[in-house]
Design a binder for this molecule. Structure first.
Ligand SMILES: NC(=O)c1ccc[n+]([C@@H]2O[C@H](COP(=O)([O-])OP(=O)(O)OC[C@H]3O[C@@H](n4cnc5c(N)ncnc54)[C@H](OP(=O)(O)O)[C@@H]3O)[C@@H](O)[C@H]2O)c1
Length: 244
């Protein structure tokens, strides 16, 4: 498919998991992709795998100067930007009674503040036909034991798209949320453990976790003009987990 021919995309958290699978899919569909994350070795490995239409910039979404460097690199090489997949995220369990200020700061600095400034700083490079995709989660809709900080941060992300669709009126830029259910990535392994992953798979009507490529395919749909009449929406790719 060539739905993204000539398009330029930024994918935060693009070196691993869902972001990496989306990067592969975007490139297969014709895009030029900048991935962004904090670990240089993983960025280097991803670019080597993704090929000549991938670039990497190292940095944190919670550091505004790092985001400035990211968009300076995009501007220098490509001039403008069509797609932002604000996908970097973090999450770990702490039950009510054990929650610490540091846990809240880390979760919200990455998932909420990071998403806000990833998008706000991209806007000067974007225009008509632009597509912004935010990674939410089924956890933003449902409750999950010990995941209150993470779930609340993803509920906040859901609202960002509703509000930004208003703020972006007249620009021709769309913004949507892509909400995965349990997906086989490092984050899921670390946050849920082996047993927790089995529990989530069994709670899911399709009786398994997602392959990251299944989330990447939905991201490509939201990035492309196939979703041209969608904005402020949430697309759940969760095997039915949060839909019953
Ligand atoms: N896997 C699931 O079951 C699941 C379900 C629903 C939603 N999600 C969401 O999907 C997104 C991707 O997660 P994943 O499952 O693909 O896990 P992952 O492989 O661990 O990906 C997370 C990515 O985010 C990057 N990242 C984290 N903090 C960052 C920061 N401050 N600045 C820049 N990059 C940062 C990480 O790279 P560095 O550490 O190198 O920076 C990593 O590449 C997250 O938003 C997550 O909440 C995942």
């Amino acid at each position: 498919m060539t739905r993204l021919n000539g398009k330029t995309a930024v994918i935060t958290g693009g070196a691993t998991g869902i972001g990496r699978a989306a990067a592969r899919r975007f490139i297969e569909e014709g895009a030029f992709v900048f991935i962004f994350g904090r670990r240089q070795a993983l960025l280097d490995a991803a670019v080597a795998d993704l090929g000549p239409n991938a670039r990497a910039v190292k940095g944190s979404v919670s550091d505004l100067a790092d985001l400035d460097r990211l968009y300076a690199a995009v501007k220098a090489e490509r001039g403008s930007l069509d797609i932002v997949f604000a996908n970097a995220g973090t999450g770990s369990p702490l039950a009510l009674g054990q929650i610490t200020p540091e846990h809240i700061d880390e979760t919200f600095d990455t998932n909420v503040k990071g998403t806000i400034f990833t998008v706000q700083k991209a806007l000067p490079l974007m225009g008509q036909g632009g597509s912004i995709i935010l990674t939410g989660s089924s956890a933003g809709t449902t409750g999950a034991p010990a995941f209150s900080a993470y779930s609340a941060s993803k509920a906040a992300v859901r609202n960002l798209a509703r509000t930004w669709a208003e703020d972006l009126k007249g620009t021709g830029i769309r913004v949507n949320v892509l909400s995965p259910g349990a997906t086989a990535t490092e984050l899921a392994k670390e946050a849920l453990g082996e047993e927790g992953q089995k529990v989530f798979a069994s709670m899911t009507p399709l009786q398994r976790m997602a392959d990251p490529a299944e989330i990447g395919a939905a991201a490509a749909f939201l990035a492309s003009s196939d979703s041209s009449f969608m904005t402020a929406s949430e697309v759940a790719v969760d095997g039915g987990l949060a839909q019953l």
